[in-house]
Structures are given as C-alpha cells and as structure tokens.
Ligand binder design. Structure first.
Ligand code: WE7
Length: 161
C-alpha cells in the first residue's frame, strides 16, 4: 500500500532531481519502506522531456550504487495532477520554488512545496542545490549527490519517518 509520495523537481529533470530521486529511494529501501512510497522526479520545463539522466549524473549515481533505482527514468514536465498525487514536492533552488508556486493549481493542492536543501544539516553549500549543467567540474555532481543524500535523510527524520 502506498502511504506517501515525494516528487523531486528541477529545471530539466536530467541533472539534480533524478539524483535526489535515487537518494530518497535508496534511503527508503534501507529502511524497508520503499514499497510504501511513490517517489518520482519531474521538470519545471518541457525542454528535456524524454531524455535519460545526464551522463555525468549517471556516472555519479553508479559510483554511489544508486543508479539502478532511476535507470528507467525519463525526463517529464510536472503536471497539475502531481500537486494532488504527491504529499511533498521538493525544488532545488529559488527559481524552481517560484516556478512551482506559479504553476500550482489556483484552487489549492495537497502537496507541500519544500526546498530540499533547507533540510541539509551541513551548510557548506548553503540551502541551494546549484544547477551543475554548465559545470566543467564533475565533482559538482558529487556535491549535488551529497547535498541530496543528507537532505533526504534529515527530511525523513524531521517527519519521524
Ligand atoms: C538546462 C539546464 C539543466 C540550464 N538541464 N537544460 Cl537549454 C535549456 C533551456 C530551457 C530549459 C532547459 Cl531544461 C534547457 C537545458 C537542461 N540543468 N540548465 N539549461 C541553464 C542554466 C543556466 C542558465 C540558463 C540555462 C538554460
């Protein structure tokens, strides 16, 4: 039985949000709770719809042993329905959050809109999970991974899950 749903959102759904989805799935799997959860990711833009995760993100996730959990994922744009399907919708930066608020159904919705990095207890990189798309440093994908991992762990703890 699906009890809870979490949707991770970034601009294109190819760099940051698939990594966040993979982290959340792995953490829930380790807790024996994955079967109770609907975890997915989506974009605020349709520009990358149908694309697999960025190859640098794929390499990062493989190195952390979590790629299997999102290997079938293809980028998709968030829908109005997502706002009532999911309990939590997480954006990565301020642009995502303002897009998510602007695109939300005006009649109200079930999902809480949260910025993922606000749950990170390591503030080296602040609350923003920065877009690594134009980065020339592959370490930036590892930074995204570490931010997502800590944030998902701490989010679940903060909700006593
Ligand atoms: C990105 C991106 C990311 C930027 N993933 N793209 Cl060229 C373009 C135009 C509209 C939407 C998308 Cl998704 C894309 C491709 C995919 N993470 N980040 N573009 C980006 C970063 C900084 C300034 C401007 C852009 C478009």
């Amino acid at each position: 039985m699906t009890e809870k749903g979490a949707l991770f959102v970034c601009l294109g759904n190819i760099c940051r949000s698939p990594i966040a989805e993979a982290c959340m799935k792995k953490i829930l799997q380790e807790k024996g709770l994955l079967q109770n959860w609907n975890v997915d990711s989506a974009a605020t833009s349709g520009h990358e719809s149908g694309s697999p995760p960025d190859y640098r993100g794929q390499a990062c996730m493989k190195s952390h042993g979590v790629y299997e959990l999102v290997k079938k994922h293809r980028a998709r744009k968030i829908t109005r329905q997502d706002y009532d399907t999911f309990d939590y919708i997480f954006g990565m930066d301020e642009n995502n959050m303002s897009d998510l608020k602007r695109m939300a159904p005006k009649t109200g919705h079930k999902a809480e809109l949260l910025m993922l990095g606000t749950f990170d207890d390591n503030k080296t990189f602040g609350d923003i999970i920065e877009d690594p798309y134009y980065s020339s440093n592959d370490k930036d994908f590892d930074t995204v991974y570490e931010q997502c991992w800590r944030s998902c762990k701490n989010f679940l703890e903060s909700r006593n899950i």
